[in-house]
Write a protein that binds this ligand. Structure first.
Ligand SMILES: *[C@@H]1O[C@H](CO)[C@@H](O)[C@H](O)[C@H]1NC(C)=O
Ligand SMILES: *[C@@H]1O[C@H](CO)[C@@H](O)[C@H](O)[C@H]1NC(C)=O
Length: 297
């Protein structure tokens, strides 16, 4: 079992590491252009900064365009090829900007931006497509199919290595139904209405919020926390209560303090009076004894 696991892990690592390494000027063949079996990343004989010029006796040439702001395989000091202007796209190879493809045309896997936007893209555009366009199974289409109409499903498994070194497969299912109000049923291949929170589900895409946990449509983890009105009321009461009790506590402490001072001052006065009384008693006693002495003389 361990052996098998190690084998799988090594096989995956081998696949991940199998990107081309030929630098500019090296020999290559476009016949070996392919998508990685685990990541579905575009791979060729050439390195990430170059593309292969031809099918036979090709040469690796520096890429002339990029599709990402921060493209893969470039260091901070490397010169970046330019992004493509509007209406064009940079293919996975990075050889040149090309015009966007219209519906029915060929596109590269998961590259929705290679398809031209739909005329009514404002109605069908959302985070799951590019201006209403999709690239499913290598063909450009619009995400405009309504309830009960046949739809197209593109299901892909991406494999990654988890924390424990074991392979984890992530299945991504995409379809051309109008999202998020409908999804493509995998058995019937027909668009169906998406399910709302709390409904029974089997897969994420069946739910309107695209999150199915233990068979129930649930809010996705990134949903912002909503505070109910009664929670606002309780919080306000608690804050006001805390403020009032702090004020009362301060008043009580202040009063006690004043009381102690008052007692101290009173004691001081009493002491002063006693002192005065005793001095006067001393004086009168002295005067009396002086009078007696004079009488004796
Ligand atoms: C490719 O290169 C080989 C040897 O360098 C040569 O024999 C062959 O004719 C070349 N093929 C083409 C299509 O240029
Ligand atoms: C979706 O778009 C395609 C291509 O423009 C069009 O042929 C089709 O009628 C549209 N479907 C719906 C339901 O609007």
């Amino acid at each position: 079992m361990l052996r098998l696991r190690l084998f799988i892990t090594f096989k995956i690592m081998f696949h991940f590491a199998f990107a081309g390494t030929t630098s500019p000027g090296g020999h290559c063949s476009t016949s070996r252009n392919r998508l990685g079996s685990n990541t579905h990343k575009f791979l060729s004989d050439c390195s990430d900064q170059t593309y292969c010029s031809g099918p036979q006796n090709g040469t690796c040439l520096l890429r002339t365009c990029r599709r990402d702001e921060f493209p893969f395989g470039y260091g901070p000091e490397d010169f970046l090829p330019p992004l493509c202007p509007r209406g064009t796209f940079c293919p996975d190879e990075g050889d040149a900007c090309r015009l966007q493809v219209s519906v029915g045309g060929a596109c590269q896997m998961d590259r929705d931006e290679q398809c031209a936007p739909a005329a009514n893209w404002r109605e069908i555009s959302n985070g799951e497509n590019f201006y209403g366009s999709l690239c499913l199974r290598g063909i450009c289409m619009f995400a405009n199919v309504t309830y009960g109409e046949p739809c197209v499903i593109d299901k892909n498994t991406y494999t990654d290595i988890g924390f424990d070194g074991k392979a984890i497969g992530i299945v991504i299912v995409r379809d051309n139904c109008r999202a998020p109000q409908s999804y493509c049923n995998q058995e019937t291949q027909v668009c169906e209405r998406t399910k709302t929170l709390g409904d029974f589900c089997q897969q994420d895409q069946e739910c309107e919020l695209r999150n199915c946990v233990s068979g129930v449509c649930t809010e996705p983890p990134e949903t912002p926390f909503r505070v109910a009105p009664w929670q606002y009321v309780i919080t306000a009461f608690c804050v006001i209560g805390a403020m009032i009790s702090i004020c009362m506590l301060l008043t009580v402490i202040h009063r006690r303090h004043r009381m102690r001072r008052y007692r101290e001052i009173r004691e001081y006065y009493f002491e002063q009076l006693n002192l005065r009384k005793s001095i006067m008693a001393l004086h009168s006693a002295a005067a009396v004894s002086e009078g007696r002495e004079q009488m004796l003389i």
